[in-house]
Design a protein around this ligand. Sequence first.
Ligand SMILES: Cc1cc2nc3c(=O)[nH]c(=O)nc-3n(C[C@H](O)[C@H](O)[C@H](O)COP(=O)(O)OP(=O)(O)OC[C@H]3O[C@@H](n4cnc5c(N)ncnc54)[C@H](O)[C@@H]3O)c2cc1C
Length: 544
Amino acid sequence: MKRDIQKLVNNKYDVLVLGAGIHGASIASSCAQSGLRTALIEKKDFGHATSANSLKIIHGGLRYLQHLNIKRMRDSIASRKLMMKQAPHCVRPLSCLIPNHGKGLHSNFLMRIALSANDLVGYDRNADIPDSHKLERGKVICRSKLQKLFPTIVKAQTTGASIWHDVLAVNSERLTFSFVEEAEKQGAVVANYLEVMQILSPSKENKSIRVRDSLTGDLFSIRTKSVVNACGPWGELLPGVPSASAPTSWAKAVNIVVKRELFPGYAVGLTGEPQFSDDDSVLKKKGRFFFFVPWRGYTMIGTTYKPYRFSPDNVRADAADVDEMIALVMEIYPEAQLTRDDVSFAHAGLVPMVKAISGDESEVQLTKESLIIDHGLGKDKTTGVYTIKGVKYTTAPKVASELTDKICSLLQCTEKSAKTNKSGSCHTPQTNLEAGLIPVAFSYLEQRYGTSAVQVLPYVEKSDRLLSEVPLFRAGEVIYMVEEEMACTLSDIVFRRCGLATAECPPVAVLNEIAVVMGKLLHWNADQQDTEVKKVLAFFAAWQ
Ligand SMILES: Cc1cc2nc3c(=O)[nH]c(=O)nc-3n(C[C@H](O)[C@H](O)[C@H](O)COP(=O)(O)OP(=O)(O)OC[C@H]3O[C@@H](n4cnc5c(N)ncnc54)[C@H](O)[C@@H]3O)c2cc1C
């Protein structure tokens, strides 16, 4: 995958996708698979924004059962399946558990019915899925079994627990990237570090997008018949996007990552005690609900949501967010005995919200459904311009599929059926010939790159020096990431290509070592290498 600006300028596209979070990436992949001439551009690195800041749960939508929203459940299940097929190396089944209590909605009896209904709605959840990734049926376990499993969460009122199975994106950054790769494999032209400055729509069939190359400062235009604005919280700020009648409100969502596995093998959902909203209040606020998700020996905990009214460029977790999270975890599960020293990472991103539902704005009502805005239908009648408001990482492939159908019908494509592969081909890792060369390293490469491991192998063989302190990580991989995966900065490598900095700050010596390898390829002098290392360290300093 090469960053080819000339190709972007020289061609005219059926669809140009702006923004490569999970929505933009899956839309580009779906459009390219449908035979549309597709381009995807991103102002920073692929998947660097909200999509790199999730709790990594690819939901089947059990909780939508409460509202009998079967369509939303089916959409979630279909998207989850597509992700499992497309990038099995980035995901794995996740057992989820919540304690049951009382005689109402959370009783053993009603939860048993809910879990059966969940299995029924997801009857085809395992169709064409590799055996290693098949999801078991849900079940209710009794109090004494829960006592053996996790004694610290059994309270006086606990009657048992509900267990169901979702999917964990073990490597959500590479999962997003797998959609970018798939788009490119299907013929799309993709490039990072290209910022959209303006959308010009002089006619139905001709649109011109002014773009700035952030690496060189060059300005140029890309021609296209249709445009998809998948810029998330930045979407409404793009010059040339028809203004929405009601601008979106955004909530800042925060998770923390702690260095201990609190509940090995299970994502456990716990609810805190209901609180009175103030001293005179007779109404109780609902207890806060957090998931504790096991991930690579760490636990991700979240999520808090608060209204956010500033520039999306400034969203990051700060020390106050981390302190607040620790205090809330200690209310919900004091046995965790969390302190600042336990926290190794913090996620923060913006999600669309409907309104704040408490005076102190500590609770918000989130937008439930993703939205495809067709600006051709509004007052502006800008045909062929679409804005996506995505609410979940999970459902991005479903949104992509719906939007592809709209664009195909707008452009009256004929080729669509020829290339369509919406169910996603199953990308089973290859373990035959190549495994003979350097077996241990190859299975490790497959875990990171899936089927692309075969392409990485020659780089690793040519430059097989191990980077100190990082098991199995070789200089050749860094070279591959720069030359074939468009990694342009040290942050691109450590946050989004190799995952070295996605759980905690890597040792400075390792960062320096990678910066030296990159520097040789990208002609960085010693100062530039140093600046790259400092940028990674600054990320962690923001909340430590
Ligand atoms: C803390 C947290 C936890 C979450 N947990 C979960 C979960 O467990 N499961 C789940 O399903 N969902 C979860 N979500 C929701 C999910 O992460 C988001 O819905 C999803 O990532 C949004 O993706 P997106 O592509 O719409 O936006 P983004 O990922 O923000 O992508 C938008 C992209 O547009 C680019 N862009 C902006 N302006 C321009 C421009 N001018 N030119 C070019 N590019 C531009 C940006 O750089 C960015 O990369 C969570 C969210 C948060 C914040």
